[in-house]
Design a protein around this ligand. Structure first.
Ligand SMILES: Nc1nc2c([nH]c(=O)n2[C@H]2C[C@H](O)[C@@H](COP(=O)(O)OP(=O)(O)OP(=O)(O)O)O2)c(=O)[nH]1
Length: 144
């Protein structure tokens, strides 16, 4: 059976040694079984380039503009209903005032030093660590 593709772009945004993590709204959390944490981003609209989707979704979900550094991680899963591909980009230099959409209830600039103690799923922590390596390598920053 041919499954439809869903392609999404998500942003792992750094501000020096902090990373931006969103908390899904209660409605989103109860709608499906979820750990409730999120990176800003989402699926492509028809005929929309990946990078345009990234900046559109980041703006819609956070009100921020960011500088994209480079892809950091690709999540690729054949699910029951669809083939899901999510490209995660390391980003920095967030600019603007945070304004959340109805999808999220709060945002957290999490210090990287506190990541291990956070209640985020292990795979999110791993994606953040990878994106942080991309961020520090590209920007020539000493790692924490
Ligand atoms: N299990 C797992 N899911 C991952 C990884 N990387 C990654 O982007 N995902 C994606 C796939 C799922 O769409 C989503 C699972 O998180 P979730 O429990 O919040 O599920 P969800 O269906 O509410 O996801 P979404 O609306 O945020 O896309 O995260 C990973 O390494 N492991």
């Amino acid at each position: 059976m041919n499954k439809p593709y869903k392609i999404a772009a998500k942003a792992i945004i750094f501000d020096r040694d902090h990373v931006l993590i969103l908390r899904k709204s209660e409605e989103e959390r109860t709608r499906k079984e979820t750990h409730g944490w999120d990176f800003p981003g989402g699926g492509l609209e028809p005929s929309e380039p990946l990078m345009d989707a990234l900046s559109r979704e980041v703006m819609e979900e956070t009100g921020l503009q960011v500088k994209v550094i480079a892809p950091a991680y690709i999540y690729d899963e054949i699910q029951e209903e669809k083939h899901l591909i999510i490209v995660k980009f390391a980003c920095d230099q967030p600019w603007g005032q945070v304004r959340l959409s109805a999808e999220h209830e709060s945002y957290h600039w999490v210090p990287l030093a506190d990541l291990d103690q956070g209640e985020f799923p292990d795979w999110m922590k791993e994606e953040i660590r990878r994106a942080y390596r991309v961020y520090t390598d590209f920007r020539g920053i000493e790692r924490e």
